[in-house]
Structure formats: C-alpha cells, structure tokens
Design a protein around this ligand. Structure first.
Ligand SMILES: [Zn+2]
Length: 131
C-alpha cells in the first residue's frame, strides 16, 4: 500500500476514534445530567409537599387563634405542637435546599447569570471568575 494512503487511512481512523470517544463522553454527561434532573425534581417535589403541609398547619393555627379570640381557648394547648411541626418542616426544607445546592453540577455566573459547569474556572460567556 502507498505510504501516503496508509497515513491518511490511519489519520482518518484516529479521527473517527476520537469522535466516538467524544460522543461517548457527551452521552455520559447527558446521562449524568438527566440523573441529576430526576433527583432535583424529586427534591423540589419534597419541598413543595413540605410547604403544603406547613400551609395546612398555619391554617390550623389561625383557626385556633380565632377560636381563642371569640372565647374558646380549649385548643390553645395544641399550639406549641403546631409551632414545632412548622419548625421541623422548615428545618427539613433547609436541609433539602442544601442537598440541591450540593447536587447541582452547574452554578450561576455572578457576572452575567449564565448557568456554567461547576468545573469551569471562568464563565464561557462573560469571562467572570467562577467560585
Ligand atoms: Zn458570565
């Protein structure tokens, strides 16, 4: 085989291999991103549920407060328990928010707001230093 042709074929093979590897890596990133998003959705849903529960407890507290106002103080003893329920759920929400921040593979550029990879040192849009 002509040496030149052989070199061209070798080079083409190398290019194809590199492209395949790159595509594979991109697929890995996409898979990881999809996984992150599923986890994120679940965590955000948990926060939503906790907030819904908190709203319900607030409503109960409001009712007890109103009953006290009109002279029925028989439920006032339940208030401490209700306050505790809210504190407990707020603490859980804070915990989940922290998990979300730690799970995220992106961070918002402080310069322009672009979602950048946590692994980037600088923003690809405005060049602002990240983290
Ligand atoms: Zn930026």
């Amino acid at each position: 085989m002509d040496l030149n042709v052989k070199a061209i074929l070798e080079s083409a093979k190398a290019t194809a291999a590199a492209a395949a590897e790159k595509a594979g890596k991109m697929a890995d990133v996409a898979t990881k991103k999809a996984g992150d998003m599923a986890v994120m959705t679940k965590l955000n849903l948990q926060i939503f549920d906790l907030n819904t529960e908190i709203d319900a407890v607030y409503k109960e507290i409001g009712k007890i407060s109103y009953l006290s106002f009109v002279g029925d103080c028989s439920h006032e003893g339940e208030l401490d328990d209700k306050y505790a329920q809210i504190s407990e759920r707020l603490a859980k929400i804070a915990e989940i928010r922290e998990t979300i921040a730690n799970t995220k593979t992106t961070l918002e550029c402080p310069g322009c707001g672009k979602e950048c990879s946590k692994e980037d040192a600088f923003c690809s849009k405005c060049g602002h230093k990240l983290s």
